[in-house]
Ligand binder design. Sequence first.
Ligand code: ASP
Length: 313
Amino acid sequence: MSNPFSIAIHGGAGTILKEQMSKELKQSIISDLQNSVRAGYKVLEQGGDALDAVVAAVKVLEDSPNFNAGKGSVLTHKEIVEMDASVMNGEKMQAGAVAGVRHIKNPIALARDVMNNSKHVFLVGEGAEEFAFQNGYDYTEQDYFYTERRYEQLQHMKSKGEYALSESRFPDDKKFGTVGAVALDSHGNLAAATSTGGITNKQFGRVGDSAIIGAGTFAENGNVAVSTTGMGELFIRKTVAGDVAARMRYLQEDIQTACETIIQGELKDIGGEGGLIAIDARGNVHFAMNSSGMYRAVVDIHGTETVKIYADE
Ligand code: ASP
């Protein structure tokens, strides 16, 4: 039997309330999740690299207006889109990240290029874009990212003077919408990728966990790959992705114990809401969430595909 390989993705923790989810929207979200996980799995099936698989999967979600990443990103206080993204390759513990980019169609690809083609790990704002254009990226107008839905959400948040996760025009339920992927390839490599528009009405160059290695993204061969979603400030303070890896590395916890201890325990204890996806060195996948749901999909080591939205599914 060949070596196991598998991929899992998320489209954000916290989901549109069941009663507010139309049939058409649900179908559109499910088909995006399927297209994403299949794009990543195809890379793995052909013997490709875990990093290429997670980037391929995330790009599909960045290109859909249904998620808070790339097209469809939430708007800042100044009514523009500013995106964060990061990748990590578990083979050599290499990582790349960008924050506050405004004119890059696929920030996840840029994060990978920062990792592969610069001497640095983390580039921000104008500098990140200068690096992108020097490396042949097209300039993408803000109009491309803009959606009416995000504009309405921003006006709602501005009127309340609050910050919010991506679907928070329904104040009784918190929504997130960031996207991410984790994969194990047939060569035993683990990789993780996360991309986001951040939170609605963010100000002052705010950066969330999705751009931060060890908070929103982490991958380490022989151990685990993790991508998170939730209110980034709390995920940064708890270094969530890195802590999952540390628990497994130092305490020899299994993937489920490590993820649940943090999401249902330590993170929740400080008021953190959200979730994560993780995959271990044998291809076991775990989805953890303390929110009402998380858009998610997996193709497991047996090639079985599963797509889910709500926590109780
Ligand atoms: N984690 C993201 C951030 O705080 C938000 C999200 O998950 O939707 O920027």
